[in-house]
Design a protein around this ligand. Structure first.
Ligand SMILES: Nc1ncnc2c1ncn2[C@@H]1O[C@H](COP(=O)(O)OP(=O)(O)OP(=O)(O)O)[C@@H](O)[C@H]1O
Ligand SMILES: [Mg+2]
Length: 472
């Protein structure tokens, strides 16, 4: 964080200094630590932004935050400690973040968006760009009106690159994030069904994701997935130079993959093709869907100046930095667990089922423990049925068991039953604990279990229990 006095913070946010009579905010006091919205993460010298959430209100933790070392609290109503009172906390964070960006004209900003794979790609890109110099990238999925400015605020005079994840739940969201930290580089991965219900269909999702290429300047670079027609069409919506990537070796995209194959654990290997030459790459990440993510990261790092060797070495060395995305682990008894419980939408469940099919190719039975996919709107029932059908048609030896967790996931089973040739077992269970009991009676060495659902279902606990880990 660039050190800022409370007077300056008030000026930038249009706020006013306040506090209890004994604790008036000192205009000269300087914030030099992190800005956080979780009072448990306050560090000395930092700023605590009080946000009213569904379960608790950050204002109630204002005193605790200052006791833990926060210089002041950014708040919307009076608190008994030094504070900057503002009308709207997200808007104040945005204004602060923008002032930091404006103070760092030498830092190059990249934004990554898409329906699936933002965090995976951001983590890959960060591990490449780190080779070029000091970088700020969000932890996990810090990609909305809170996480985005909080991430930007971590930048300081030494920062050369910001690699940011941009999410949208509606039109205008990405445009807003792009005003907070105007990117010169923009990556669009795909247009899929994540949050499609809230948007009102795929065309609206495409309109929203296209706000990133639209926000790029003429001297910027739009990095687009040539394999997704809705993404490629965004080439017409940007003033920036367009660079494409593709998993089809014969494509005319600039960065491509040839000879894509998966090892026994579903880790992709491929030949990376770039204008500067080609290089063999094997990823440590699981699932074929990480190939386009790796190409996107490679294309971005290439634009930022990383050479082919650096890109290929970086991709080979890159590890999963954010949890519960295609974690593949084997138990002592030989059962393999795929923990992909971070989130779910139709495209990502298909990708995970493909990985499950691949992992059972060498023998072993496939089980899928699936919770519901949230935020699909009117298409929810049909989407669940389609995924159930897709699961029942799984390649390799086929699916031995489909366990649908929770009422909203039950239509998965209706879809599976549409496949007469499917001989696997269909089970509806109310919760994760029951899913575990059912699995315990069935699992044998060399079986593979996929665990996946939307975030709200918290199925990572099922995966942890299967692996004998404490719940998290
Ligand atoms: N390119 C891709 N295509 C389809 N599915 C993908 C792709 N990349 C990742 N996934 C799937 O999506 C899940 C979530 O990945 P990731 O967290 O990277 O996405 P995200 O876009 O950041 O999600 P969120 O919107 O929740 O932030 C992964 O576990 C994986 O199953
Ligand atoms: Mg994410």
């Amino acid at each position: 964080m660039i050190p800022l006095s409370l007077a300056r913070i008030a000026e930038v946010t249009g706020g006013r200094l306040a506090g209890g009579d004994l604790h008036r905010a000192d205009p000269q006091a300087v914030v030099s630590g992190e800005v956080v919205i979780d009072s448990r993460r306050v560090s000395p010298g930092g700023l605590f932004a009080a946000v009213a959430g569904e379960r608790s209100d950050g204002h109630d933790f204002a005193a605790a935050a200052v006791a833990a070392g926060a210089v002041a609290v950014l708040a919307t109503r009076p608190v008994p400690v030094p504070s900057v009172l503002v009308a709207d906390v997200p808007a104040a964070l945005a204004a602060l973040a923008r002032s930091v960006v404006d103070a760092l004209p030498g830092a190059r900003i990249a934004g990554i968006t898409g329906s699936s794979g933002k965090t995976s790609t951001k983590d890959l890109a960060a591990q490449l760009v780190e080779r070029l110099g000091p970088i700020i990238a969000p932890a996990g999925s810090f990609n909305n009106e809170f996480g985005h400015p909080l991430t930007v605020l971590r930048a300081d005079a030494s920062t050369r690159y910001l690699v940011l994840e941009l999410s949208a739940r509606g039109l205008g969201h990405i445009a807003y994030l792009c005003r907070v930290a105007p990117p010169r580089y923009g990556v669009v991965l795909n247009v899929g069904h994540a949050h499609a219900g809230e948007f009102g269909g795929l065309d609206q999702v495409a309109r929203a994701k296209g706000e990133l290429p639209e926000a790029l300047p003429a001297d910027g670079v739009a990095i687009l997935n040539a394999d997704d027609p809705r993404v490629l069409a965004m080439a017409d919506r940007t003033a920036a130079r367009v660079v494409t990537f593709s998993c089809a070796p014969a494509s005319d995209a600039l960065v491509r993959a040839a000879d894509i194959r998966l090892d026994d654990l579903g880790r992709p290997g491929f030949t990376l093709l770039t204008p500067e030459g080609s290089a063999p790459v094997t990823l440590r990440l699981h699932g074929a869907h990480n190939v386009p993510n790796a190409l996107a990261a490679a294309a971005l790092a290439r634009e930022l100046g990383l050479d082919l060797d650096g890109i290929a070495d970086g991709l080979r060395a890159a590890t999963a930095r954010s949890r519960w995305r295609m974690e593949v682990r084997q138990r002592g008894d030989g059962v393999t667990v795929i923990n992909d419980a971070y989130n779910a939408n139709p495209e990502s469940v298909r990708a995970a089922l493909d990985a499950l099919a691949h992992l059972t190719q060498g023998g072993g039975r496939a089980f899928a423990v699936l919770g519901h996919m949230a935020e699909l709107g009117d298409t929810a029932r049909a989407s669940h049925e389609d995924i159930g059908e897709y699961a029942a048609r799984l390649g390799g030896p086929g699916l031995a068991g489909l366990i649908a967790v929770g009422e909203e996931a039950a239509p998965l089973l209706d879809g599976a039953r549409r496949v007469p040739a499917w001989t696997g077992e269909a089970l509806a269970v109310p919760d994760g604990a029951t899913a575990l009991e059912e699995l315990a009676n069935r699992l044998k060495p060399s079986d593979v279990v996929l665990v996946k659902a939307s975030r709200a279902a918290h199925l990572e606990g099922v995966a942890a229990a299967l692996l004998g880990e404490a719940g998290q």
